[in-house]
Ligand binder design. Structure first.
Ligand SMILES: [Zn+2]
Ligand SMILES: [Zn+2]
Ligand SMILES: [Zn+2]
Length: 302
């Protein structure tokens, strides 16, 4: 069976195991490699989740409307944080793999809520106005005032406005120190790719194969399909939920298929020369010098 090709930029391994979230993580070293927006669209649309999501939107809209009417920034912030928290409870698959469910998750919710609040109440380098223009372009695509003669032309134009808006948003985040951490845990190349991918996914039915290809090429959303030989698998007990999860032989970290947390398989690596046990720091590079004999050891072998 052919699967989408992903290669880990950290350790060089090819992605083998099927992934259950839109985020593609290396089977060997656990690094976040890439993403697949089609999984987001699929999970998002599951009827049970969608119903909960629609209820959430309605509940939050009442709160945010009240906050805007009263010009109450704090109320708006709290409503947004409530929104993100409830959203990720409905869709835990969408929590970035760098976050997990502990303290980092709380900081993530807070910063995301602060970002939308700042966007609403401050004129972040004219971003508010640019966002309205982008929203209008999208709105016109969804429910045009006059029938669109050439849907694809309108689609490409709206995508371009949206793409430029996202770039401006990224620039503001870059120049605002408190948002630097957001970019660290959710790199902008991934966020951008995800958003453009979700945009095109919403209109797949209205695009021909050729039009879709053109769009994917323009925004770097194409995937290559390859046949990948299956390596041996091992069973690993997850350090978060304690259930057994499948990993590939030689892996040192893997994403648990049940709780989606990153679990560490090996804390140590033995030197191939002197046999000494070397501890792996949390942030390691792929080549490690043995603390005993100094030999360079490859951390991941596949
Ligand atoms: Zn890797
Ligand atoms: Zn687990
Ligand atoms: Zn050694």
């Amino acid at each position: 069976m052919k699967i989408k090709r992903f290669n880990c930029p950290e350790c060089g391994a090819a992605k083998i195991n099927p992934y259950k979230t839109p985020y593609v993580c290396c089977d060997y070293c656990g690094s976040w490699i890439d993403l697949d927006a089609s999984l987001w669209t699929e999970i998002y649309a599951s009827p049970k989740k969608l119903k909960l999501f629609e209820e959430l939107q309605e509940r939050i809209l009442t709160k945010t409307r009240k906050a805007i009417n009263e010009k109450n920034r704090e109320l708006y912030f709290l409503a947004q944080r409530d929104y993100f928290n409830s959203f990720y409870n409905i869709y835990p698959e969408f929590i970035p793999p760098t976050i997990g469910k502990g303290e980092k998750f709380k900081s993530f919710l807070k910063l995301k809520a602060e970002w939308v609040t700042d966007l609403k109440f401050d004129d972040l380098q004219n971003l508010k106005k640019k966002k309205s223009a982008s929203d209008r372009a999208m709105q016109n695509l969804q429910s045009p005032k006059e029938p669109l003669v050439d849907f694809f032309a309108a689609f490409i134009e709206a995508a371009d406005v949206y793409h430029r808006y996202l770039q401006q948003e990224e620039a503001v985040k870059s120049s605002t120190p408190k948002y630097a951490w957001l970019k660290e845990v959710y790199p902008e190349k991934f966020e951008h790719k995800m958003k453009m991918g979700l945009m095109v996914n919403a209109y797949l039915m209205r695009l021909s194969d050729l039009e879709l290809k053109h769009f994917q090429k323009k925004y770097g959303l194409e995937y290559e399909y390859v046949e990948i030989p299956q390596p041996d698998k091992i069973q690993v007990s997850c350090s978060h939920c304690y259930q057994n999860t499948e990993a590939v032989k030689g892996a040192i970290r893997c994403v648990c298929e049940h709780c989606l947390e990153l679990t560490i398989i090996h804390h140590h690596i033995n030197c191939s020369n002197c046999g000494m046990e070397n501890q792996l720091p949390e942030k390691f590079s792929m080549l490690l010098n043995c603390s005993g004999c100094g030999t360079e050891i490859r951390v991941i072998k596949f």
